[in-house]
Design a protein around this ligand. Sequence first.
Ligand SMILES: [Zn+2]
Length: 352
Amino acid sequence: MMTRLHSDKLRLARWLRTTTQAELSASSGVSQAKISKIENGLESGDDDIADAIESALNLAPGFLRATGTRSSLPEHFYRKRASILVREQRWIEAVVVLARQGIAALCESVSIEPSFPTPRIPCNLNTINPASDVARDVRRLLMIPEGPIRSLVDVIESTGTIIIPIYGAPSTFDAMASPAVTGSPWDLIFFNPEMPGDRIRFTLAHEFGHLIMHRGQSENCEEEADDFASEFLLPAANLRPLLRGLDLDRALQLKQIWGSSIGALVYKANALGCISSNRYRSLQVMISQRGWRKDEPGHVPAPQPGLFHEIINIHLNNLNYSIGDIGHLFGVSGREFQDQYFPQSLGLRIVK
Ligand SMILES: [Zn+2]
C-alpha cells in the first residue's frame, strides 16, 4: 500500500534529531533528492522510505505517517540567549510541537480545575498600565500574601497553566510560553530545568507575564515581561526598605529569603532609587570581579512542577498506561520520554 509521508512531519523529525538532509540521506540510504522533494511536498514517498527514515532517526514506527498532528508552533514567546544556534532552536521547536500534542491527548482524560483562571491584563509600557502595575494586580487577584512567593510553581499552576521541564535542552534555551489556542486550551510553559533555582524562578515569572499580558509579539514585550517578573517576585512596597544602602552581604541574605538572584536585587535597588548610581556601578564591578555573573553564591532550590507529574501519574496509576504508551503520545519511545521529562524517574514505573 502506498502511504503518504507528511512533508512537515519529515522536517519536524529531522529537527528533533538535529540532522541535515545530507546526513539523513547517508544514514537512511534514501537519496537527498528524494528527502528534499518529500519535505517540499513534491513527492509523497512510500512505506519503504518511511520505514528507512523512521529507523535511521530512531522514531516510533508510523511517526512520519500519522495524521492529525500540527507540525508547527502556534503563537509562542521564547526566552533564549542570543547565541542560540539554529539547530538548537529547531530542536526546541520540534520538542515543543510534540509535547503540545502529547499534553493535549493526556488532558482529554483528566479535568484540570484552576483555582483562578489565568488573568488576561493587557499591558502598556510606561503609559496607562505598566507591567509592574499588572504584577501587583495579579498578586491581588490570585490572593498571594505579602512577602516572598515560596512556591512560584503552585501559584502559576493554580491558574491551570501547565509547567513542563525539558531536560537535555541546550544551555542557550531558558523557556518558552505557549498560550492556549483553540483545540489546545491550556497555557503551557516549557523551561530548562538545568539552570540555577533563582534563574528558573525569574524565567517562569517572565513567561507567566507573557501569558497574562501579551497576545502577539510587540516591540516592548520582552522588557514588559521582565518588569512583570521583577515586581511579581520582588514587590517594591516590600523591598524598598530592605534595599536601602544595599551591599553584597545583604544582597546574599535577601537572595536566600526572596529566591531572587543577587544581580536582580542589585538591579531592583537601583531601579527603586534605593542606592546611588555610584554605588550601583561599584556593586556591578564587584559582582564582575568576583566572577558572580557566571556563578553566584547562595543556593535557591529549583522549582519542581507538580501538575505535569500529576497528569502523567494519573495515566500510569489509574488509567493503566505504560511509559511506552505515554511516550507514543509524545512521538517518542518510553525511554526517550523519560529521559526528556523525568530523568530521575520520580516514582514512575521503570520502562520494561
Ligand atoms: Zn520573553
